[in-house]
Design a protein around this ligand. Structure first.
Ligand code: FAD
Length: 523
């Protein structure tokens, strides 16, 4: 075995969470060797030149949630101060078309959002301001719980009990997003708008455990908008890679891990599909999906509880994406280009959203979408496209079972994209062939082929309902980044607090590993 393939820490998968853990370890003096299946690091935090001069975010665009992680909020790794990362907070924050042709806008100025909501219901607009205040008091508890490894601090319910309305928050937390919205807001456009926002992380908004989403998403967006990195999502990855490499770490791409190497029951490295072995002197960190990880070591090495927990783990809701090049800003009917938000979309009524997610969970093919996101980052960041041109990403949830009777998504993805474009044009009339200069379509199958961590095109590491959250994620007893095989740690969206660009699983895993390695965690 060559020294080239040996390091203190071997990391399997280089998504943003694993990169964050690796950056902490490299800064603490550990030699780190990362391998990733893709040609570039970053997983869902990547910006790629899909067409000459067009830099598209192949997955994530919005980085709102990570803004409250100390990695960004306190710049603990120097990503902003020393490694070129910069963010922009777009205003307007959102514009969403409703099934009856109405539109709801949201702005960084809360008073302006208030006035917009008051067009539909002054009572709901008042409730919205009260909601923001309530969230402001509670967010410290949720932030502390998300940015602390499970078992290290007070449990979330204990933190909530310290609030004057702790009981309300505990109940809200156990409800579904739809329950909360319907209980607290009366007007259907406002309900539909809030649910559209709550759907952003592709959770099952009709199931218990999603009740805080309307609060956390609206609170974050009202404060910072749908924050995006200048130059593209991949600039976060570039900054993290820069930290790792500045401290001697290495990243090898195009390496797919096929199995874990065990010695006397301990994980001592990984082996790639071509048989190359990567050996760890001290520990192995994985961001491989837990469903795949199970097959990478003998079943008896995991133990029955762990196997049961992984087998019953819900991988979440798949998504479908179409990337467009346009010669104009997608412009809503009756509005001007300046009214389009980077994060815009089409919503249907809450019952239709509930029916859609239910059908997806029931593995029925789904035609159409009750939730549509239209992301146009070039509105605020022209560096991503040639002058006057725009990159537009259409995103919808979908079933991994192909619609239209297709045997495979490969057969029907262009037809589905046509249907999406046609539907979007009902509210945004210039999203038509006359203004679409190019189109790249990714079905859930393509998304999984692109990144094995996104099984069936589920990009958020697994559902975040009650059975798969907090101390139960990914598996009861194994929620604090250590796995049943000694020497093996886990990060990424399958671990607390879950998927999206939060960086929290990455920083939390660093805290656990550094404790075990006898290193001081810097913050
Ligand atoms: C189209 C799309 C749009 C999205 N938009 C947003 C958004 O705007 N905002 C947001 O917050 N989230 C968004 N997401 C979700 C977000 O991208 C993910 O939740 C997030 O990237 C998960 O990060 P992670 O660190 O857990 O792992 P990932 O980003 O999934 O990275 C995991 C890495 O592990 C590697 N890997 C997996 N298995 C192996 C193996 N066997 N061998 C070697 N390497 C392996 C993969 O190649 C990958 O690089 C979007 C996702 C998609 C698909």
């Amino acid at each position: 075995m060559t020294e080239l393939h040996t390091a203190d820490i071997v990391v399997a998968g280089a998504g943003h969470n694993a990169l964050i853990t690796a950056a902490y370890l490299a800064r603490a003096g550990k030699s780190v060797l990362m391998v990733d299946a893709r040609p570039i690091p970053g997983g869902g935090v990547a910006t790629e030149e899909y067409l000459p001069g067009y830099f598209m975010d192949s997955c994530s665009t919005g980085h709102t949630i990570i803004q409250s992680n100390p990695v960004i909020a306190q710049d603990t790794l120097g990503l902003v101060s020393d490694h070129g990362l910069a963010y922009v907070d777009p205003d307007p924050v959102a514009r969403v078309a409703m099934p009856d042709g109405e539109q709801v806008g949201m702005y960084l100025d809360p008073e302006r959002t208030y006035e917009e909501f008051a067009r539909f219901s002054r009572r709901d607009a008042d409730t919205y301001l009260a909601m923001l205040e309530d969230w402001d008091r509670a967010k410290v508890a949720f932030g502390a719980a998300n940015n602390t490894p499970i078992g290290w601090g007070k449990p979330l319910d204990a933190l909530l009990d310290e609030l004057p309305n702790g009981g309300t928050w505990r109940r809200r937390r156990a409800l579904s997003a739809v329950d909360v919205i319907r209980h607290e807001f009366e007007e259907e456009h406002i309900q539909a708008f809030l649910l559209w926002e709550a759907c952003q992380t592709f959770g099952s908004v009709d199931l218990p455990g999603s009740g805080v989403m309307p609060y956390s998403i609206m609170g974050g967006r009202q404060k910072r908008s749908w924050t995006i990195p200048v130059g593209g999502s991949g600039r976060l990855t570039d900054a993290l890679v820069s930290v790792i490499e500045a401290h001697g770490g290495r990243i090898e791409c195009g390496v797919t891990v096929a199995r874990l190497l065990l010695e006397d029951g301990r994980c001592v490295g990984v082996e790639s599909t071509d048989g190359t072995q990567y050996l760890a002197r001290e520990a192995v960190l994985s961001t491989i999906h837990v469903k795949h990880l199970l097959d990478m070591a003998p079943r008896e090495a995991w133990g029955e509880d762990f196997v049961y927990g992984v087998e019953t783990y819900d991988i979440g809701i798949p998504l479908f994406a179409a990337f467009l090049v346009m010669d104009e800003v997608p412009t809503f009917a009756g509005k001007s280009p300046a009214d389009t938000a980077v994060s815009s979309g089409l919503a249907q009524w809450p019952q239709q959203v509930m029916d859609m997610v239910r059908d997806i969970r029931d593995r029925k093919p789904v035609i159409g979408s009750a939730w549509t996101l239209i992301a146009t980052p070039t509105i605020v960041d022209p560096s991503r496209a040639p002058e006057g041109k725009h990159t537009v990403k259409l995103l919808v949830p979908c079933s991994h079972v192909a619609p239209y009777g297709g045997a495979s998504w490969d057969d029907v993805k262009e037809r589905h994209a046509d249907a999406m474009v046609e539907y979007v044009a009902t509210a945004i009339p210039n999203v038509t062939e006359a203004h679409i200069e190019a189109r790249i379509v990714k079905s859930p199958l393509d998304i999984e082929r692109w990144n094995p961590h996104m099984i069936n095109g589920c990009a958020h590491g697994g559902d975040k309902g009650v059975p798969f959250s907090g101390p139960l994620r990914p598996v009861p007893g194994w929620a604090s980044h250590e796995l049943p095989i000694p020497g093996l740690y886990q990060t990424g969206g399958t671990t607390h607090p879950g998927g999206s660009i939060t960086g929290s699983p990455g920083r939390n895993a660093a805290m656990v590993m550094m404790r075990d390695l006898g290193l001081e965690f810097p913050g």
